[in-house]
Design a protein around this ligand. Structure first.
Ligand code: KIV
Length: 275
């Protein structure tokens, strides 16, 4: 049984909560072992796993395929799966049916969708159907073609809009809200004015928790990360070094050496040669 959304509903003002993305069975197992509170199967898989420029092309099938693999590796760690672009924007009906499909076919505990005031009715209907929803406001990558990838809420109008969005998703029943790329002091204000948990990414230290993309924080892809990403490890150079060593050892007949080989008795081999 997964731990469930209580980690978010019970820890506000008690301790910081942690979330990290994962997209496959093996990485989900490592995350679960680390004790991180929850796994997000982000539609960022479009960028870091599938090589798309944006998250826009990601499909329901992609999310379900990866979501189910993550749930299989996650043990009792809670898994949240992103609703991909156009799986909820069209109508409340689409939103509920697609959220239900994601939950039924992956075994996840909750879904996440992007947008504030304008999608509060979707959040309310999904929650009413028994599916916990994590909201996502500020920079919402599915709207990249409208907003670009830039810090949100830096002027009075957009800062007020962020607060309105935060209150709308709370009222609609979201159990938590991701704040992406917003100034630290605005994220603090939002966090203090909500009862639900805020999870920051590029939103400073005052949110109730943090989320990062697995590949970014481990430097898996070897890309230059966004300003807010701390690279806690350099997996790219570890993997690259190992692959180059493997190539060299194979080319020089150093691998496989003695300890990696199977033996056969001389008399067996002699009989085969003599036949
Ligand atoms: O898709 C994703 O990885 C996300 C995080 C950036 C919060 O939505």
């Amino acid at each position: 049984m997964k731990k469930g959304i209580r980690v978010y509903t019970e820890n506000k003002n008690k301790r910081k909560v942690t979330m990290i993305t994962a997209y496959d069975y093996s990485s989900a197992r490592i995350v679960a072992e680390s004790g991180i509170d929850s796994i997000l199967v982000g539609d960022s898989l479009g960028n870091v796993v599938m090589g798309y420029e944006t998250t826009v092309p990601v499909t329901m099938e992609d999310m379900i395929h990866h979501g189910a693999a993550v749930v299989r590796g996650a043990g009792d760690t809670m898994v949240v799966v992103d609703m991909p672009f156009m799986s909820y924007q069209g109508s409340v009906y689409d939103a509920v049916m697609n959220a239900g499909r994601i939950m039924k076919e992956t075994g996840c505990t909750a879904v996440k969708l992007e947008g504030g005031v304008e999608y509060a009715d979707r959040i309310q209907a999904i929650v009413q159907a028994g599916i916990p929803v994590c909201a996502h406001i500020g920079l919402t990558p599915q709207s990249v073609n409208q907003m670009g990838y830039k810090v949100q809420g830096t002027d009075e109008a957009t800062a007020k809009k962020l607060l309105e969005d935060a209150h709308a998703v709370e009222k609609a029943g979201a159990f938590a809200v991701v704040l992406e790329c917003v100034p630290e002091r605005l994220a603090k204000l939002v966090t203090e004015s909500l009862h639900i948990t805020t999870i920051g990414i590029g939103a400073g230290v005052y949110t109730d928790g943090q989320v990062l993309v697995f590949h970014d924080m481990l430097n898996y892809n070897g890309n230059t990360p966004a300003k807010f990403v701390k690279q806690f490890a350099d997996v790219h150079s570890v993997i690259l070094g190992a692959l180059q060593e493997y190539k060299n050892e194979v080319e020089n007949s150093e691998y496989p050496s003695k300890e990696y080989k199977y033996g056969i008795k001389d008399e067996v081999l002699d009989k085969i040669y003599s036949n």
